[in-house]
Design a protein around this ligand. Structure first.
Ligand SMILES: [Ca+2]
Length: 493
């Protein structure tokens, strides 16, 4: 069911005019309804490739995510709506593509927050929608772009919320890293990234709390415990920072890969022609001690093991969170979502990092568990996108689906793993892309285009745009249908 948000506002105003007694009765009624409603637990993982045992990559040690997938619906073709943290989280958390903020990089939610402060017409975000509908909403760690959801020089100023009105509490335990900015790229024992101190990888033989995620998980467990005791439904989002750069984690996770064969990069060549290929700036800006994985296979392999170890470190916390959910008993009445904010190239197309509009940047894990769902553990290969999560969670909890939500509820796919999906779109500042079941089409603001056929063996290594002008015209229309006339224009304003 979709609901018109403005009509809802009108209805609320007219109800208040009908008197206090009616309001009390209404509140009692809605409390009763709320008491029956399901909780929501979201686990966000930063820069997580869909390279997990549950997704067919058995050399990765991810037993807890795999266990969740075995009782859930995992989506093998979930695409994010932007290939970097800030705009992807904007889309996930608002249910909107955010084309108007496409050139704002990681500031898109802060730009939206400024519009809220100016009383511009801004529709509620996903957590705000749940909060308005009677939920207690809490975030811990990196859920919006800045861990803890605050701006300012050190990302800790209460007066600069990243998502106004969204959270009852938005928390970031910083421990010895001093502030959220320090924890975001922190290495062991409180080391903060600086212009000179920025090792790309590190390991220490110590416990989980030697890196920031150990503290985020601990606070997440505490919040989960408290919320489960409450008398209101909860919407809790816990955001883990690894496997985001730098690749640092306790040594026992690296030891898991000591004798593991990591497969070679399937297509390491740099693409020809105009694409969204880039020079891996974020990654190369770390200290590599003179090495370059694009020219040094042994170094590339070492980096891939460190990345995999960071995935296993994140997976351990996922296990702790799910174990706690079960201990509280709330698991029987909680929808669980595990979401990766985008993928990551580990050398594919000669890229180390995200920020491209290729599959490796845009495809990420999405797993949804609804306690009473059928066909648990059967993976869906439907094409779906991150903006779908907001309407899906409304659908599963019985909340109205707001008419402004740009995604589509995935409830039919949760009911039937063979149900069809739909196209997924994504943006960068100077390019827009769409993924259909068969094709990927990318339009650059320069006018140049890329078209790839995923039913061919070449996939995204062969641009076939010149041979298919009619197909491209149809794909452009699909993009316009989804994102409106700003789809190709926002970066030209
Ligand atoms: Ca990210």
């Amino acid at each position: 069911m979709k609901i018109n948000y403005l009509n809802l506002m009108d209805r609320e105003i007219s109800l208040t005019k009908k008197g206090f007694v009616l309001m009390v009765l209404l509140l009692c009624g809605s409390y009763y309804a709320i008491a029956q409603q399901k909780n929501v637990l979201i686990i966000c993982i930063d820069d997580l490739r869909p390279e997990l045992a549950a997704f067919g990559q058995t050399y990765i040690h991810s037993p807890n995510i795999d266990s969740l997938a075995s009782v859930s619906r995992a989506f093998s073709r979930h695409y994010v709506n932007a290939p970097s943290c800030g705009p992807s989280r904007y889309a996930f958390l608002t249910g909107l593509y955010g084309v108007e903020y496409r050139d704002k990089s990681n500031q898109s939610l802060f730009e939206r927050a400024q519009a809220v402060e100016k009383n511009d017409p801004v529709v509620p975000s996903m957590p705000e929608w749940f909060r308005k509908n009677g939920y207690t909403t809490v975030s811990v760690g990196k859920v919006s772009h800045h861990p803890g959801g605050r701006g300012g020089d050190d990302w800790n100023e209460d007066g600069i919320p990243e998502m106004p009105n969204a959270w009852d509490r938005h928390l970031m335990p910083v421990a010895e890293w001093q502030h959220p900015r320090g924890a975001m790229h922190g290495l062991a024992y409180g080391k903060i990234r600086t212009a000179n101190e920025r090792d790309v990888m590190e390991t220490v033989d110590d416990d989980d709390k030697s890196y920031p995620d150990g503290h985020i998980a601990e606070e997440g467990l505490h919040q989960l415990n408290e919320l489960a005791k409450g008398n209101k439904p909860f919407f809790l989002a816990i955001g883990l920072i690894k496997p985001h750069l730098p690749f640092g984690m306790p040594k026992r996770y690296l030891d898991l890969y000591e004798n593991v064969d990591i497969p070679p990069v399937p297509h390491p060549e740099k693409p020809s022609g105009t694409t969204t290929w880039h020079g891996s700036g974020e990654f190369m800006n770390y200290n590599h001690q003179g090495k370059d994985p694009r020219k040094d296979e042994a170094y590339a392999l070492e980096l891939k093991k460190y990345y995999a170890a960071c995935v296993s470190y994140a997976d351990k916390h996922v296990g702790d969170i799910l174990k706690k959910l079960k201990e509280t008993g709330a698991d029987k009445n909680t929808v669980v979502v595990l979401w990766g904010d985008h993928g990551w190239h580990l050398g594919e197309h000669a890229i180390w990092g995200k920020h491209s509009l290729f599959e490796e940047s845009l495809r990420s894990p999405l797993i949804i568990q609804n306690p009473e769902m059928e066909h648990k553990g059967q993976m869906s290969d439907a094409v779906v996108e991150s903006v779908d999560v907001f309407p899906t969670l409304c659908d599963l909890t019985g909340l109205p689906i707001p008419d402004f939500a740009q995604g589509t509820s995935l409830a039919p796919i949760l009911a039937d793993p063979h149900a069809k999906g739909h196209e997924a779109v994504a943006i960068k500042s100077h390019a827009t892309t769409i993924r259909t079941d068969q094709y990927r089409f990318t339009q650059h603001s320069s006018g140049e285009v890329e078209l790839y056929d995923h039913h061919s063996s070449a996939k995204e290594q062969l641009n076939i745009a010149e041979q298919h002008p009619e197909l491209i015209a149809g794909l452009r229309k699909k993009i316009l249908n989804k994102m409106g006339e700003m789809a190709f224009k926002a970066n030209e304003k």
